[in-house]
Design a protein around this ligand. Sequence first.
Ligand code: NAD
Ligand code: WQD
Length: 339
Amino acid sequence: MKILLTGGAGFIGSHTCVELCEAGHEPVIVDNYINSCEEAVRRVEQIVGHPVPHYEADVRDAEAMHRIFSENEFDCVVHFAGLKAVGESVAQPLRYYRNNLDSTLTLCEVMQAHGVKRIVFSSSATVYGNQPVVPYREDMPSIGCTNPYGWTKFMIEKILEGQCNADPEWSVVLLRYFNPIGAHSSGLIGEDPAGIPNNLMPYIAKVAVGELEKLSVFGNDYPTPDGTGVRDYIHVTDLARGHVKACDFASGRTGCEIINLGTGHGYSVLDLVNTFQAVNGVKIPYVITSRRPGDIAENYADPSKAKELLGWTAEKTLEDMCRDTYRFQRQNPKGYHGA
Ligand code: NAD
Ligand code: WQD
């Protein structure tokens, strides 16, 4: 299949691009590099051994998108493009709503105009809100999001659901990711956040290579086995494989499905720190600080729907995630910018 990846130069998009190529598909990337760079695409090309067509454009630019759709006959779209930093979305809500919603609306209008009606969307476990029970199941009603970023995901799910209801030829898969970490086993592509990372694993990785002094563990008084927050960390390559399955699934049906992509296992902050230290033989100095506002004690997925509908389960271990993250970070201590 010829598959458009919006935001395909980003962390999850670049790994998905590799897996799609390896499964015999023809991905095409569109990205404005607001949170990535062309070097990531060059690295993908190095891994797969052939050029990957890519366009530098903003998905909100209807003219550019029409041109891309005129030049390619797409079978499916995977829509990764979006801004994703929770804290930044609280400080800049309009920018987040404008970018994430406009890009989706423009994309869907252009798809409709060109008769492309299959889309896989990067949603997030954040749309569940802070549920009092685990695991999170797709049929749980959302209890509301806690930040503008989350609301953009919630609203985009509704936009795509609505489009499916309006045009029964559409096929929509809403993938709710849990906590993607890790990197490609080659060490060539990985997560490269700008500035000081907000998320746990990129922070640990920078402490490991001496770019940051120590990790702050946000609270050790949660009702969890060691008192620190528990999340469902998933290797980005497993997540990427889930997208290959989702594209296949979307092409054989119509309608809208919500599917969790997680492992079904929760690990604590200290599990991550300890595993990272053990598999990589490095010390991660840390201090316990107060809880981060908005955080919950634990969440993890019920991944059974993904297994049932997509025939997909996560295969990689927490050890793999820690080892692969460190390999990328060591090979690219300054991220792609040092390249
Ligand atoms: P990322 O920032 O690495 O990738 C997003 C890509 O979209 C970037 O390359 C960015 O340059 C591009 N982009 C943003 N706005 C654009 C626009 N208007 N036009 C063209 N390109 C644009 O993030 P990621 O971690 O790879 O996440 C991919 C998707 O998955 C995002 O939608 C994110 O919200 C979602 N998601 C991520 C996580 C996570 O923890 N990483 C979890 C759940 C959901
Ligand atoms: C994980 C755990 C922290 C940093 C976020 C988004 C979510 C989704 C995935 C996009 C928590 C603790 C963290 C640190 C720490 N993204 N922590 N010190 O908050 O589960 O999810 O990314 O959709 O929407 O909210 O991930 O990696 O920030 O935190 O102790 O320096 O690590 O308290 O328990 P989170 P995270």
